[in-house]
Ligand binder design. Structure first.
Ligand code: GZL
Ligand code: ZN
Length: 330
């Protein structure tokens, strides 16, 4: 499937913004303002993963700003505290409430077929944002997010260039087990370091949380000693920040004795990069709200939409982070 770039995404957004304006204000003769109920308000149920990381907070803020009352929406928000069963129950609740559309950031890839089929049977379109599902793409209208495998490749390419043929012992702090970013970031990174002297000596989930990263890193340090670890690959900044605490508590210098490569580029992660405690970060853009809202309006207005809308990412060295940190929106 041809990937849409961010630029095309913004073009789409421009068109959609017009639709949105038209939609919210156009109440035609029958009083039906198009896609919304008879008051023209589009009611959307949003099933968010929870509040596990700085990235998640920025994503939630972006979604709430886009699905706002002034943009013609009534948002019913649910954060599932990283609990898949609770998230599926929230979606079932949206269906029972008869919302106009449902948006989901699915905690894990599997287990979505039944509830997505129920939404389809109820005639309620579903748009996925951020993470993806393994269910057939006939069961949702569109997905907007990031290329997690590419993020893993970019992190792995940095590691390959930095360590190359130097024997390197690496531990991995994995994201939430079964989630698309954890699966794809691992796959991309492993492909990128094939043939190098980087050896993955251990890998464990820290569930994308700072505490999780700290606890898992403490375990690795007890098992291998600070001298037995050269590199940490963290699937997100929050776990990297937890690992930094553990490494410092063990009397080692993060970014020097043990290098760290991470993904997200949230403010705290970028600060650690500037401070030399992280060595390289791959961005994962959380600002998906406007694109998701545009897709919802387009789908409700019967327009054809791309099945996948990719937002571009970038990467940061310590020097680059110092240049941009004050101007970044999250
Ligand atoms: C990635 C997103 C991940 C972030 C984590 O798009 O799903 O979940 O990398 C967040 O910080 O918890
Ligand atoms: Zn409309």
């Amino acid at each position: 499937m041809k990937k849409k770039t961010l630029l095309a995404g913004f073009a789409l957004l421009g068109a959609l913004a017009l639709t949105a304006t038209g939609c919210a204000s156009d109440s035609d003769a029958t009083g039906d303002a198009g896609s919304g109920g008879d008051d023209g308000v589009v009611t959307v149920g949003f099933a968010q993963t929870g509040s596990e990381s700085g990235w998640r907070s920025a994503n939630t803020e972006s979604m709430k700003e886009a699905f706002s009352a002034e943009n013609g929406f009534e948002l019913i928000f649910n954060a599932a505290d990283n609990d898949t069963a609770a998230q599926i129950a929230a979606v079932r609740d949206f269906i029972n409430q008869g919302v106009d559309a449902i948006v989901i950031a699915p905690i894990v890839e599997d287990g979505w077929d039944d509830v997505l089929q129920e939404a389809a049977d109820a005639g309620i379109p579903v748009v996925l944002e951020d993470r993806t599902v393994s269910a057939s793409d006939d069961l949702y209208a569109s997905w907007v997010g990031l290329d997690f495998k590419k993020e893993g490749v970019m992190a792995g390419e940095w590691a390959a260039e930095t360590f190359g043929d130097t024997p390197t012992k690496m531990v991995v702090l994995e994201g939430t087990t079964g989630s698309a970013p954890a699966n794809d970031r691992a796959e991309g990174f492993d492909e990128a370091i094939e043939g190098t002297a980087i050896e993955k000596i251990d890998s464990q989930t820290g569930d994308f949380t700072r505490d999780g990263g700290k606890t898992v890193m403490e375990g690795f340090l007890q098992k291998y000693g600070a001298d037995g670890i050269d590199l940490v690959y963290a699937h997100n900044d929050d776990m990297a920040l937890g690992a930094i605490e553990a490494i410092e508590a063990a009397g080692a210098e993060p970014g020097v004795d043990i290098q760290i490569v991470s993904i997200d580029a949230v403010k705290d992660g970028m600060q650690a990069l500037v401070d030399g405690k992280i060595n390289f970060i791959v961005e994962c853009n959380p600002l998906l709200g406007d694109l998701a809202a545009g897709l919802v309006l387009d789908v409700l207005d019967g327009k054809t939409v791309e099945k996948k809308v990719y937002v571009e990412d970038q990467t940061f060295t310590q020097e680059q982070a110092a240049e941009v940190i004050d101007s970044r929106p999250y």
